[in-house]
Design a protein around this ligand. Structure first.
Ligand SMILES: Nc1ncnc2c1ncn2[C@@H]1O[C@H](COP(=O)(O)OP(=O)(O)OP(=O)(O)O)[C@@H](O)[C@H]1O
Ligand SMILES: [Mg+2]
Length: 633
């Protein structure tokens, strides 16, 4: 199987790191480009918020030196200048608050818009991916791109990025101001700060280890719950409730232990940072007091400097946490971009399917409206066009195919299905029956050989048009959330109610649908869990019947319905399929008896072909299968 191109997530074993953070960041910025004006305002507002803080603190110095100290001891102090200064400080602080509100508010617009675009791109791209991609990636993998990775990216853009910028602005500006106020005290602050950072590092390394273990334990508990919810019937059938309760208790106990370790460690981080910040404050106060006593520093400078030490330690300790959040979001974003870079299903087809009017002498005219007749429109090198009527002739010409390079699944398959014929494939499980039908609609490309549809190599036909001309009932039926009527109409979106009823009657589904509580308006949920397996198949057959295409492929379409219903469906289908080609795959050989051609497959090779009578007369594998001498699967 092809190696998955989306890098696997680390499942909490260690901190995730992006491989090319700058390139990834560049792509995220490209997504944010439509909001560049808002982003400019965000950056300005972040600067405004950080700098207003610094400015207010700096004004403490003149406040103390020019007003508070000279005014001490005066009987009738003149407070007018002081009041002006306080008003000025309040105005700057108010501006800072407004800037903080502004950048948070603006980021909200930017992030919701960016996320909407990323989700649109992901979903649109997913529709264009080849079936092979879905063979090699689990649904869980895909879902976690849409949930976890998109979510961490959202958090990074809306929270971590602006706050990181704010922290950096604050740290740099405060540092510069501290240097201006007192280089000596700044050296002292840096020394205590290094001690603080080392302590934080020691604690976070430990707690990261515990958090990784907690994450592993959590994912074990989650996957156990998921598995047991899915397998609930098997658990009950074998009465294993007690056993799984014990297993769950073990997983849960482990999670409890790891979570307490991780949180104990994390919980001491904040108090430690807090206490170290007080230590820094105390040491700076003492040193400042000493310098003031020695007459080397004024009180205003000390007041402002002390305030700066307070607003310095917090952002310094936060920068490393914000950086971690940004890096792990970039790792998630990298997975999203890998997904977006997955090669799309290629289509070099140029022959298209058009509405046609075919006159009595056989000339074909393309028309823009629906006529019920179709033709292949074939452009040529000399810019001329030719039209071929859509009939439903399918020819396999020495087809070789394998899902991967190691194993050949179909080997040298040649067969011809004339328009209007019913071709049946029989053979044991894994013989390659479904694979053949997957090749007709170009879910996969052939390794060798050709398939011709109405004489045209299917590689030349545009995939959409090719698939429009075929209707399939897949081996694993899938119904969408919606009413029964909507599910049947999926085969032809503009079908009238009458067409829906006719198709349902043909598929012999009308009787059971009418007996549902809301009839055709009954809502089916989660792939039709409220229906039986056979009922689901009947709806799938009606959905294919309403499309009314020249080629119909039924893969085990009637395997879950009773034999009487099956016979009725067959009668309906035979009526519908007059003049059309049908490929049927059936385990029950009674259904293939009236086929024009029966193809017996074994290990990807055709071993017998012929009508029922011919094959019975041949007295080989089909005869053995039919008479029960050889089991089908
Ligand atoms: N998506 C896939 N990727 C890789 N191998 C596959 C895939 N689908 C089928 N195969 C392999 O191809 C072979 C043929 O499978 P196929 O589904 O065509 O069998 P089948 O005749 O339809 O069987 P059944 O009667 O059980 O439906 C099997 O060996 C199977 O393991
Ligand atoms: Mg199959």
């Amino acid at each position: 199987m092809a190696k998955a191109a989306i890098p696997p997530r680390s499942h909490g074993k260690k901190m995730e790191r992006p491989k090319s953070p700058f390139a990834t960041f560049q792509r995220i910025l490209n997504y944010m480009l439509p909001y560049k004006v808002q982003l400019i305002f965000v950056v300005l507002a972040v600067f405004g918020s950080g700098l207003s803080n610094v400015a207010v603190t700096y004004l403490l110095k003149p406040a103390v030196n020019q007003y508070i100290v000279p005014l001490i001891g005066q009987k009738n102090p003149d407070l007018s200048g002081f009041k002006q200064l306080v008003c000025c400080m309040a105005a700057i602080a108010g501006g800072g608050v407004f800037c903080t509100y502004l950048f948070n508010r603006l980021m909200l617009n930017v992030v919701t818009g960016t996320m909407r675009q990323i989700r649109i791109d992901m979903f649109t791209h997913m529709q264009k991916l080849p079936i092979r991609f879905f063979d090699t990636h689990t649904h869980g993998e895909l879902m976690s791109l849409y949930t976890n990775d998109v979510d961490t990216l959202r958090e990074m853009i809306s929270m971590s990025l602006p706050h990181m910028l704010l922290s950096v602005t604050t740290v740099i500006s405060v540092f510069v101001m501290m240097l201006i106020l007192s280089p000596l005290l700044t050296c002292l602050v840096i020394a205590v700060l290094i001690l603080m950072l080392v302590t934080i590092r020691l604690i976070t390394v430990r707690s990261a280890r515990y958090f990784a273990k907690q994450q592993q334990a959590l994912s074990r508990v989650n996957s156990y719950i998921e598995e047991m919810a899915e397998g609930v019937k098997v658990v009950k059938v074998f009465c294993r409730e007690e056993r799984i309760k014990q297993d769950f208790a073990e997983h849960n106990e482990n999670l409890y232990l790891q979570a307490s370790n991780a949180n104990t460690c994390a919980n001491i981080l904040m108090p430690v940072i807090g206490n170290l910040a007080y230590l820094l404050f105390a040491v700076t106060s003492m040193a400042g007091g000493y310098l003031a006593a020695a007459g080397r520093m004024d009180l205003g400078t000390i007041a402002a400097f002390l305030q700066y030490t307070r607003s310095f330690s917090m952002p310094v300790s936060q920068i490393s946490m914000q950086l971690n959040a940004i890096l792990s979001a970039l790792a998630g974003a990298e997975r999203i971009f890998h997904f977006l870079d997955e090669p799309e299903e290629t289509d070099h087809g140029y022959v298209t399917l058009v509405n046609a009017e075919i006159s009595k002498d056989g000339t074909i005219a393309e028309v823009p409206y629906r006529t019920g007749q179709w033709a292949w429109k074939h452009p040529h090198h000399d810019h001329t066009l030719s039209y071929t009527p859509l009939k439903g002739d399918v020819v396999f010409d020495h087809v070789v195919f394998g899902y991967n390079s190691k194993k050949i699944v179909l080997d040298d398959i040649s067969l011809e299905a004339k328009a209007g014929q019913k071709i049946a494939f029989v053979g044991s499980t894994g013989a390659g029956k479904t694979t053949i039908t997957n090749l007709i609609n170009r879910f996969y490309d052939l390794r060798n050989g050709k398939i011709r549809y109405d004489g045209i190599n299917i590689n030349k036909i545009k995939k959409d048009d090719l698939r429009r001309s075929l209707a399939m009932v897949l081996q694993d039926t899938h119904l969408f959330t919606g009413t029964v009527r909507e599910n049947i109409r999926y085969g032809k979106l503009d079908a009238s109610d009458q067409e829906v009823y006719t198709a349902a009657k043909l598929a012999n589904a009308d009787a059971f649908i009418s007996s549902l509580p809301q009839g055709y308006d009954t809502v089916l949920t989660a792939d039709g869990v409220n229906l039986s397996q056979g009922q689901r198949q009947l709806i799938a057959i009606a959905r294919a019947a309403i499309a009314n295409p020249p080629v119909l492929i039924l893969d085990e379409a009637t395997s879950s319905v009773d034999t009487r219903t099956e016979a009725l469906i067959e009668q309906g289908m035979d009526m519908l399929m007059k003049g059309r080609t049908v490929f049927v795959i059936a385990h029950r050989l009674s259904t293939v008896r009236n086929a024009d051609k029966i193809v017996v497959l074994e290990h990807g090779r055709i071993i017998e072909t012929g009508t029922h009578e011919e094959l019975i007369r041949l007295k080989k594998r089909y005869y053995q299968l039919y008479t029960g001498l050889f089991e089908l699967s």
